[in-house]
Design a protein. Sequence first.
Length: 181
Amino acid sequence: MSRQLGLPWRTYSPRLLAHYGYATGDLPEGAEVCGIEADPIGWYWMAKIRSDFYHWTRLCFINAGHHQAVPPAVFKPLRARGPVRGADVTWRLCQQASGDGFFIAGDSAFVLDPSSGHGVLKALMTGMMAAHAVVESLSTPWHVLSIQQQYQYWINDWFNRDRLKMREFYRTHPFAPEWCD
């Protein structure tokens, strides 16, 4: 929605692309396939969905060319299930999350990469808060500007708190990205 409305964004990281995919098959006994794994150019997140079905996500801190869309080495014995997909997860904040006739929610309001760990919660909570703001705006139209400002403050505050926590988290990465200094 923010793109359709042509709203301004502010970025807080270099361009970050998360690539992800699914795989099926059997892994050797004892293969570690759950959790996050750091490496020199970023991280992998891996999960076992069921006994023979797995998910992986790859985020590179730098442009690593074709290495960005490669499943983790532990998945070599598996078969790809569907195409590798990608998403732009550049850290960014919409500078106008509310205005005449709209309140923006979810990734249209702000984006942090998947390691922030609560994208679904953010989508639900911003949607609920946006709905609350709409109801308040309709029932007290003389306060609509104040309601819009409060919503924007709430979005900004949430993003900035999470962004600072993410910077702290990435500083603990064995190959911390320079842009987190």
